[in-house]
Write a protein of this length. Structure first.
Length: 95
C-alpha cells in the first residue's frame, strides 16, 4: 500500500502532500488505517475518522483534522475516513 501511495504521489510533476482515502464501510476504513500505521515513516502522518467514534473523541479528532488538513496547513500526510467527512469537515484535498 505504501508503494502505491508513493508511486501515485506525483501528479503533473508535483509531489502530492496530502492524500484522502474515502472508504465505505467504516470497517474498511479502520483496516486501511491500521495497514498504513504499520509503516514507521507514516505512523504520525495518518489520521482516521468515522461515525463510530463517541462525540467527545470525534470532536478532538475533527479539530486535529482541521488543523492538519485545513486550507492553510503545511501538514503532509494521509486522512482515512468514511462518508462522515462529507457531512461537515471543511478540508482541502487536490485531485
Amino acid at each position: 500500500m505504501l508503494r502505491a501511495w508513493q508511486s501515485s504521489s506525483r501528479s503533473n510533476g508535483k509531489v502530492m502532500e496530502k492524500l484522502l482515502f474515502l472508504l465505505i464501510p467504516w470497517e474498511r476504513a479502520i483496516e486501511v488505517y491500521k495497514a498504513l500505521k504499520n509503516y514507521a515513516e507514516l505512523n504520525d502522518k495518518v489520521l482516521l475518522t468515522h461515525s463510530r467514534f463517541v462525540k467527545n473523541h470525534r470532536k478532538e479528532i475533527e479539530n486535529e483534522i482541521h488543523k492538519k488538513f485545513g486550507k492553510d496547513s503545511d501538514f503532509k500526510g494521509i486522512f482515512v475516513t468514511t462518508q462522515v467527512a462529507e457531512a461537515g469537515l471543511n478540508i482541502s484535498a487536490h485531485w
